[in-house]
Design a protein around this ligand. Structure first.
Ligand SMILES: Nc1ncnc2c1ncn2[C@@H]1O[C@H](COP(=O)(O)OP(=O)(O)OP(=O)(O)O)[C@@H](O)[C@H]1O
Length: 291
């Protein structure tokens, strides 16, 4: 008698892992003329990101990472380590000196012929530290601030737009009785939620979070982080969060990169990097957080 053994569905695995939604490769950016000695005179061993020969600052040097759908990667580092420059580059404020930023369905955003404003509408969206400094209007209703982005992506069905905006604001913890209130009358934490709603109302491929909880009370921070976690999970964007606060990264991210003088000196899962840091700089960063 012959017996056929077949694997149960649960143990079938795809031959290849799914491609990442965001793949950053060799991103470098510097400020200054550059010279042949820049690389040698900057970085960990040199103890500076400024070249002693020509004064150029190597703000970000050969940074590479990948982020999958629904995944959050955290970037940490002290002031001046290059976090903002990296995030701004990912938000296409300028084309960096070298590297690529591939986003599924769009190719390399750094060399794309699609206008930057268009890419920022559909492919890559940033949530800034402060909603009002990020360009949201304090005099405009919360719902109008959110609807503005939806309409800019081409949505012309106003009834649908209203329903979508209102549903999302409610999901992010803004009670319907406040949707028509001017944004300027909201607390800092609520303004951040409106900014998040604006970013997600037309889900971007890549979501960039720049110090999303700075200046908020600890209880408001925890609520906001829980919300970010829930919505990024649900919408499946690739998320990059930059924060001084190691706890923010520990809560949100499944992987963390440590930047020092613009270089990645350590990366891994938060439990590994933050609980058992290997690089002396990460050890210092973690120790200063505990002091
Ligand atoms: N436009 C610029 N011109 C010259 N140097 C710059 C410019 N922008 C940034 N830098 C330098 O690049 C390095 C990295 O700066 P960046 O702002 O990216 O660091 P950061 O980690 O975000 O710091 P912070 O946490 O204080 O915002 C710093 O030495 C900074 O002085």
């Amino acid at each position: 008698m012959s017996v056929t053994i077949s694997a149960p569905d649960a143990v079938r695995v795809p031959l290849l892992p799914p491609p990442p939604l965001l793949a950053v490769n060799g991103l470098s950016r510097s400020f200054g003329p550059g010279c042949p000695r820049c690389e040698q005179l900057t970085g960990d061993a040199a103890g500076t990101s400024r070249c002693a020969a020509c004064g150029t600052v190597i703000a970000v040097h050969e940074v590479s990472f990948e982020v999958g759908a629904g995944e959050v990667i955290g970037i940490v580092g002290e002031s001046g380590s290059g976090k903002t420059t990296l995030l701004r580059s990912l938000h296409l404020d300028a084309v960096p000196g070298a590297g690529s930023m591939r986003v599924a369905g769009y190719g390399d955003l750094f060399t794309s012929s699609t206008p930057r404003t268009e890419l920022r509408r559909s492919a890559v969206v940033m949530v800034h530290q402060n909603a009002l400094a990020a360009g949201l209007s304090p005099g405009l209703a919360a719902e109008s601030n959110v609807a503005e982005r939806l309409l800019s992506t081409g949505c012309r069905n106003f009834t649908d737009a209203r329903g979508q905006v209102s549903g999302l604001l409610e999901e992010l913890g803004i009670h319907p009785s406040r949707h028509a209130d001017p944004l300027g009358t909201f607390s800092g934490g609520m303004q951040q939620r409106v900014q998040l709603a604006r970013a997600l109302v037309s889900p971007p491929r890549v979501l960039l979070l720049d110090e999303p909880t700075t200046g908020l009370d600890p209880s408001v921070q925890a609520d906001l982080l829980e919300t970010v976690q829930r919505v990024t999970d649900k919408l499946g964007s690739a998320t990059v969060v930059v924060s001084h606060d190691l706890d923010v990264v520990r809560i949100l991210a499944s992987r963390v990169l440590v930047l020092h003088y613009g270089r990645v000196v350590e990366h891994g899962i938060p439990e590994q990097v933050l609980d058992d840091p290997q690089h002396p700089y990460t050890q210092l960063l973690v120790a200063s957080r505990l002091r």
